[in-house]
Write a protein that binds this ligand. Structure first.
Ligand code: ZN
Length: 48
């Protein structure tokens, strides 16, 4: 795994790698918001 991590670090260079922040959308039901992991998602977010 260490080799893989090093390869990933090389790929991303010195820039800190940050995962997209998960956010929520209005689900099909008000009781179940839909979680989304897309960083560039353009759908309206659900604000708690
Ligand atoms: Zn989204």
């Amino acid at each position: 795994m260490t080799k893989l991590l090093n390869a990933i670090r090389r790929t991303f260079g010195d820039a800190p790698y940050s995962e997209p922040t998960p956010h929520f959308h209005q689900g099909t039901s008000d009781s179940f918001p839909e979680v989304c992991f897309e960083g560039g998602c353009s759908r309206p977010h659900l604000h708690a």
